[in-house]
Design a protein around this ligand. Sequence first.
Ligand SMILES: Nc1nc2c(c(=O)[nH]1)N[C@H]1C(S)=C(S)[C@@H](COP(=O)(O)OP(=O)(O)OC[C@H]3O[C@@H](n4cnc5c(=O)[nH]c(N)nc54)[C@H](O)[C@@H]3O)O[C@H]1N2
Ligand SMILES: Nc1nc2c(c(=O)[nH]1)N[C@H]1C(S)=C(S)[C@@H](COP(=O)(O)OP(=O)(O)OC[C@H]3O[C@@H](n4cnc5c(=O)[nH]c(N)nc54)[C@H](O)[C@@H]3O)O[C@H]1N2
Ligand code: SF4
Ligand SMILES: [Mo]
Length: 738
Amino acid sequence: MAPAAETSPFRVVHTVCSHDCPDSCAVLVTVNAEGRAVKVAGDPTQPVTQGFLCAKVAKYLDRVYAPNRVLYPLKRKTGVAKGPLERGREHEAFERVSWEQALSEIAARLQQVSDQYGPESILPYSYAGTIGVLGYGSMDRRFFHRLGGSQLDRTICSEAGGVAWNLVYGKKLGTPTEDFRLAKLIIAWGANIHGNNIHLWPMVEQARRNGARLIVIDPYKTRTAALADWHIAIRPGTDGALALGMMHVILRDGLEDRAYIDEMTHGFDKLAELVRDYTPERVAAWTGMTAAEVAELAREYATTRPAAIRLNYGVQRSENGGTAVRAVAMLPALTGAWKNRGGGAQLSTSGAFAWNRRELERLDLALDSPLGRPARVINMSTLGQALTAKAAEFSHQGSGERPPAGSDVLDGGPAVHALFVYNSNPGAVAPNQNAVRQGMGRDDLFTVVHELFFNDTTDYADYILPATTFLEHTDIHGAYGHYFVQLSNKAIEPPGEARSNVWLFGQLAQYMGFSEACFRDTEEQLIRQALAVGLDGNSTNAGMEHITLEDLKEQGHIPLSFHRAPETDNFLPFASGTVPTPSGKVEFYSATLAARGMDPLPTFFAPTESRWGKDAERFPLEFLSRKADNYMNSTFANLEGHRKMEARTSQRLEMHPADAEMRGIADGDAVQIWNDRGSIKLTALVNGSVPAGVVAARLDWAKFNSEGSNVNALTSERLTDIGAGATFYSALVEVKKL
Ligand SMILES: Nc1nc2c(c(=O)[nH]1)N[C@H]1C(S)=C(S)[C@@H](COP(=O)(O)OP(=O)(O)OC[C@H]3O[C@@H](n4cnc5c(=O)[nH]c(N)nc54)[C@H](O)[C@@H]3O)O[C@H]1N2
Ligand SMILES: Nc1nc2c(c(=O)[nH]1)N[C@H]1C(S)=C(S)[C@@H](COP(=O)(O)OP(=O)(O)OC[C@H]3O[C@@H](n4cnc5c(=O)[nH]c(N)nc54)[C@H](O)[C@@H]3O)O[C@H]1N2
Ligand code: SF4
Ligand SMILES: [Mo]
């Protein structure tokens, strides 16, 4: 008897959602006989995906087959100035060219810029359009290392929190997602689970059915907060104070786990001394809570087992976000919460995936570049300054007078003369938008953008190259919200002439005349390198020893070795044994920070742009420029169906009634929001979603705003205390009725 599948005109292909989301869902794509994808669905056999997709990706075919996708290489027409183009008519500014013409002209121009200003004057700019291991960083890295182009410090999302977590624990590991269902207390701390991490939600629900409580700590009343047992609408940027206050109460009341502290941690006495000052009364004054609430939270946390903290990246987008994440991350080490299955904390699970990045990225190719060394590093969160800075302009002239590395945004190197954007939309997502646009608008800047749609960045491109969706190329994935390695198979042919990141940079290398064999590696070869597969067919990477490409092709997803039987296994990170920090312990006190002249303890300080800052008189409102529930950063915002789902808050400024009334603003009024960096126009939404003194609006394309700017016209290029990350959630503004 022939199985139905053999006669069926449909194929079902295992892919992985490539978007920058902790869930990294296994997506089954149904393809018809004509090779067209007709359905996407969550894989029911993947224990975290559990057979469903978020609302954004459930509509994915709207994106794949969007009528306005960029399908061919395009070149800016002569005489058309760079800058915002009318939505829907962007194509008029460009002419179609062949891939061959585009690649040869781009290669020639990059060569000329390199010869004239030095290769470091070429800046790659990429982030997480795809988080597939190959698409995120492999052939592209090889290409820019060999070229001698600047290195990009990818700080725009998670660097403050990631570095901070690693200072405490040495590795980004956390409570397994599936184990949250065993918790009796879940704290979502700066974590919009329902909006940004929906596959954790069923675990939370299951835990609650078994009697768990959910506490949400977020200044904004998210969908998650609305569903919580207790929503603490903390003031932005004060989480560090709250965590220290909780520690104060825990130690005062003797609720700490002495045995765990003695065995597993470093620097307890110094921490204990620090937290003595953080009385509930003092902490209440920072956070906007009452002293009784601070104490209650501390006691509930320390006396409930298992207690799990879902700490996401919201906390670390503040100027003091690194310190705050360190403080919060220390809580489960003080109470020994790591010892219980279903307890502990999760910021990210990405540290579990030991990809062979050295082989994928080949930094050693920099030695063969015209520089003969690794290039200078530019922080992506200061793109505006990097594109407008002139200070180091002289240095390419070979005077030898380079300022010391790190002393300015150009790291002592030449001004930027070519910008190569892929996997990112800096025209919408980078802070200090006006500076970014001023930079991208320079007519002496050569700009290439590899994209799927005309957006706020392609408006500044000299060339636009068509990119693929995850249905159209092969890749391998880890995750930052679970412990499965997954294979994303190519399900359909790319429409038009769209090509993957791997293909693009492999081809461009040929046009540049780079003869190294690694530029001709296929996706399969790259995947084997990522897995570090030895001659015996097994991986040499810890946790992946049992994972082969062949098995992945068959099974789609395979758990890391320590997580192989999630139903029965006890994977308890940091419960016992050595911790991968310098002291081998969980570090309450960091000698690493002390050696850098930084505070070794998580002492609280208020952000410069907060109600305690010197500009608070002129700009009295704390501005949260948050993510949209129905977009992925700027992705999906151009699709009609997604915009409809987001309509309630789209182009709205959410305000507390007291702040609105004080300014004579009523719900539905047009308002202007401004500070020294810029100004935007939105419509007031006066509701109960933010506490007094805080206003909020969502990330969207600048192009969809009536005056052509988005929330990032108001955010700054100031960097976080630890990790030099972006500070999207530390911005002061004023608002008036128009
Ligand atoms: N639907 C959807 N999902 C997404 C994304 C998206 O744009 N849309 N983006 C993806 C990306 S790139 C990432 S990095 C992850 C991030 O996922 P999250 O870490 O959840 O990211 P955020 O939404 O930035 O922040 C979470 C919450 O922190 C709150 N917050 C802001 N300031 C503070 C503060 O000072 N203290 C506290 N306690 N909370 C604060 C915000 O109001 C927000 O609700 O989500 C991913 N998933
Ligand atoms: N105000 C404010 N600003 C923010 C944030 C915020 O919360 N508030 N969040 C910040 C955070 S956490 C992040 S991670 C960044 C996100 O910044 P980005 O990583 O730039 O994220 P997206 O806006 O999703 O843009 C990704 C782009 O890559 C394209 N793309 C997708 N797949 C591919 C591919 O395979 N190849 C190529 N070449 N392109 C592809 C998409 O079409 C999309 O335009 O934004 C940051 N900016
Ligand atoms: S965006 Fe996140 S939740 Fe949605 S399908 Fe992709 S990985 Fe899953
Ligand atoms: Mo992010």
